[in-house]
Every structure is written in structure tokens, then in C-alpha cells.
Design a protein around this ligand. Structure first.
Ligand SMILES: CC(C)(COP(=O)(O)OP(=O)(O)OC[C@H]1O[C@@H](n2cnc3c(N)ncnc32)[C@H](O)[C@@H]1OP(=O)(O)O)[C@@H](O)C(=O)NCCC(=O)NCCS
Length: 198
């Protein structure tokens, strides 16, 4: 499955109050990635203002977490007429290891389960990374007359796709808990006093 995560970390949906995590993730992007994501060179203030309202009721955002830090995000914004707007970002050190694909796969699954077949995204025609990524999902990305907007399609929902989303959400909670406990255990091990040498 293309939405399966092979990199170490956890993918889960963001909660409405996690705006600051999203803002911090965007602010860590290098200038070129910022331009690719927002199709323009945007200021820190613009990013902070965008992130402050990005997790409203019209949005479903999946996040990729490493040690509780958000390192990647796949945003689905619900538009009128059953359409959606999408965007994917992965911080540089976590790229090229399938994180973007895993996030995009979760996003498409979420969209199809809500009956959103037509998705648009801001994607510069020179953005090879995003185009290769979309090509993994049967090349469902097309540009309108060389514009920076690309269209992506999602297939209709099935009982299996609904079940897969529920399973992903449930396993993300379990994976997050296990991840936290593993780090606690690791921290305790590191803190354990060394035996006194004779
Ligand atoms: C686009 C982006 C999300 C890809 O994330 P990623 O985690 O590297 O993606 P993956 O590891 O899943 O790679 C998917 C495919 O794209 C290819 N790819 C990724 N970045 C690439 C690049 N810069 N140039 C060419 N191919 C690239 C990978 O090799 C892989 O190809 P494969 O299917 O042949 O193996 C990431 O580069 C990014 O955040 N870019 C800046 C923001 C952006 O442009 N977002 C898209 C517009 S909203």
C-alpha cells in the first residue's frame, strides 16, 4: 500500500488546537520549499497567520511526527461543490524516504471517503518532486495550461476504503502511545545510575 509509512515516525491526523506545531513546521521549510508550498515567497508573519486558521472545521490535516515534532503535513481543505484543495510538505531531512507518499496516500483516502473526487493543489510545473510523488498514485495529476495549479483525482469510497481510514486512525493512536512509552523507557535507561566501581 502506498500510504504505508516505512520511515521511523508516526502519521496521525492533527487536532484543531495544534496550529503552533503546523506553524513551526512551515517555518522550518527552506525558502525554495516555502515557495513550492505557497507558490510565492511568503513572510514568517504570513505563515503564522495562515497556520493559525489552517485547522478549522473545513480542514483535515495529517501530520508526520518524529519524537513529537511535526516534520511533514498533508493538508486537505474542503471546498464548495464537493472539491478539495491539497498540499503536502516534508522537511528536508525526512525527504526521499516515502514520507510524502505516505502522507499523500492518507490524504487521498480521506478525500475519497468524504466523496471528494476533484482535488486541486498549488504546484509549480517545475516541481519534479511533487509530480513524481503524484505519479506513484497512477499519475493523477494534470496541469491546466502550464499554470501553477494542478488537478488530482481520488476514486469513489468503498467499504474497504472506509475501513482503512478507521484502521489507520486507530493504529496511529496506538503507534503514538507506543512511541512515547519507548522514549520514556529509553530516557529511564539513560538516567539509570551506573554501578559504583570497587
Ligand atoms: C514534494 C515533497 C512533499 C516530496 O516529499 P518526499 O517525502 O521526498 O516524497 P517521497 O519520498 O514519497 O518521494 C516520492 C517520489 O518522488 C521522488 N522525488 C521526491 N523529491 C524529488 C525531487 N526533488 N526531484 C525528483 N524526484 C523527487 C522520489 O524519488 C519518489 O520517486 P519514486 O516513486 O520513483 O521512488 C517534498 O519534496 C516537499 O515537501 N517539497 C516542498 C513542498 C512542495 O513542493 N510541496 C508540493 C506542493 S504543495
Amino acid at each position: 500500500m502506498l500510504d504505508e509509512l516505512i520511515a521511523p515516525g508516526v502519521i496521525r491526523k492533527l487536532f484543531a488546537w495544534e496550529n503552533e506545531l503546523l506553524a513551526a513546521h512551515f517555518l522550518r521549510l527552506d525558502p525554495e520549499s516555502r515557495r513550492c508550498r505557497f507558490a510565492a515567497g511568503v513572510s514568517d508573519e504570513t505563515i503564522a497567520a495562515y497556520a493559525a486558521t489552517a485547522l478549522g472545521a473545513d480542514a483535515i490535516v495529517h501530520g508526520f511526527f518524529v519524537d513529537d515534532v511535526l516534520r511533514g503535513a498533508a493538508e486537505l481543505r474542503l471546498l464548495p461543490e464537493g472539491e478539495g484543495e491539497v498540499a503536502v510538505t516534508v522537511e528536508e531531512d525526512w525527504r526521499l524516504s516515502g514520507v510524502g507518499s505516505a502522507l499523500f496516500g492518507r490524504l487521498l483516502l480521506t478525500a475519497r471517503n468524504r466523496g471528494i473526487g476533484n482535488l486541486v493543489m498549488t504546484c509549480l510545473p517545475a516541481n519534479r518532486g511533487m509530480q513524481r510523488l503524484a505519479a506513484r498514485f497512477d499519475g493523477k495529476i494534470t496541469f491546466a495550461s502550464g499554470d501553477s495549479m494542478a488537478a488530482v483525482t481520488a476514486p469513489p469510497a468503498t467499504p474497504i476504503s472506509l475501513w482503512r481510514e478507521m484502521w489507520s486512525d486507530g493504529s496511529a493512536v496506538a503507534a503514538g502511545l507506543i512511541d512515547r512509552q519507548m522514549r520514556l523507557v529509553g530516557a529511564k535507561r539513560r538516567r539509570r545510575p551506573r554501578p559504583i566501581e570497587a
